[in-house]
Every structure is written in structure tokens, then in C-alpha cells.
Write a protein that binds this ligand. Structure first.
Ligand SMILES: [Zn+2]
Length: 193
């Protein structure tokens, strides 16, 4: 049996959080995202879309946790716990959260990712050509000649750029070359230690 068949059998073909019977799909629980029944739950599209977008949560929908949090499957307990963490401003959710006891290993699994983290994702570090992490204020040198578009000059290999700043893009930094503030590709830089 594949994961979906196992989950359909385990859940009696119902959403494991709200018991809906329509539009069920397998949800691999982050951060492992493993394709196994132990690490997955069967969710309806209403539960799934709110878990993927916690800012759209309909608190009324999640009253279903009143039943589903007592499920004996650790995977279901983990998802019930994570959803409740997003609803703690509601007193009923606070009460359920107080009642929901997780075994220590299940609790550490539940805590290993928050739904908000999975939403934002992890920001990749900016690294130079050697894979050394760059931070704002670092000094770097160019490892190849770079034609600076729009500025009409070529930044020569070996040029030192002091006091760099990071950008939203982990592949780019900003720095001043020949008095002009430009964006540089981190792959073409080497950190001066
Ligand atoms: Zn559901």
C-alpha cells in the first residue's frame, strides 16, 4: 500500500483534522516532508489551505480540533498542536492546548517547525565564491573583471570593496566601487578576512 492508501484506511477516508470527506490529499508534515504514513496526515482542502496560509485561518473551522486532537496518531496530534499554536488568542483554543498532552518525543516533533516558519521559508545565507558567509560590513575583493553596466567602467579583478551591505537577494550584495554604489554578484567575490 502506498502512503495515500494507508492514510485512507487509517482515517476511514476522512480528513484527519475536521472529518470532511471531500478533496482529501496527503500532507507531508514539515520539516521532514517525508512520504510515509507515520509522517503524514490526510487533509481536506479547507484544512490544507489554512495550514499553508495561516493568515487566512477561520477560527470557527478549527473547533474540529476538539475531537481530532484526541487521535492516537502522533502525526495528527502534531498537526492539531501546531494549528492550536496559531489560535491561542481564542480562549477555547487556549483551553484545548492546555488539555492536549503530547508525549515528549511527539512534542519535540511538533515544535520542530512552526507553521509560520514553513510559510516564510528559510532565507538563504549570502556566501562568496568560496562558500564563506558574507555579512553587512565585510570587506571583499573581486575575483574577476566586471563591467559595471550604466556606470561606464570595469571593476578590475582584485578591487577591494569595503563595508558591503546585503540585499533581499542572497546572490547579490551592494558595495561602493569607484565611488559608485553598485550591486555585485556574490559568486564573483572573495571575503577579505
Ligand atoms: Zn479538514
Amino acid at each position: 500500500m502506498n502512503t495515500e492508501q494507508t492514510l485512507l484506511q487509517r482515517s476511514d477516508a476522512k480528513c484527519e483534522l475536521c472529518a470532511a470527506e471531500q478533496n482529501l490529499t496527503v500532507y507531508h508534515i514539515p520539516p521532514e516532508n517525508e512520504d510515509s504514513a507515520e509522517k503524514s496526515v490526510l487533509l481536506c482542502d479547507a484544512c490544507r489551505s489554512q495550514i499553508d496560509n495561516p493568515e487566512t485561518m477561520d477560527t470557527h473551522h478549527w473547533r474540529c480540533l476538539n475531537d481530532s486532537m484526541w487521535n492516537t496518531e502522533p502525526a495528527v496530534q502534531v498537526m492539531a498542536w501546531r494549528v492550536l499554536q496559531c489560535l491561542l488568542t481564542e480562549s477555547w483554543a487556549q483551553d484545548l492546548s492546555d488539555m492536549l498532552y503530547l508525549e515528549p518525543d511527539v512534542l519535540s516533533w511538533a515544535e520542530s517547525a512552526s507553521m509560520k516558519d514553513s510559510q516564510e521559508g528559510t532565507v538563504a545565507a549570502t556566501v562568496d565564491s568560496n562558500g564563506t558567509q558574507l555579512v553587512a560590513g565585510d570587506m571583499v575583493t573581486l575575483i574577476k573583471d566586471l563591467a559595471v553596466k550604466g556606470a561606464g567602467f570595469t571593476a578590475k579583478r582584485g578591487t577591494v570593496v569595503k563595508n558591503i551591505s546585503l540585499t533581499d537577494n542572497p546572490k547579490h550584495i551592494e558595495g561602493r566601487v569607484n565611488g559608485v554604489r553598485i550591486v555585485l554578484v556574490a559568486d564573483y567575490l572573495k571575503k577579505v578576512s
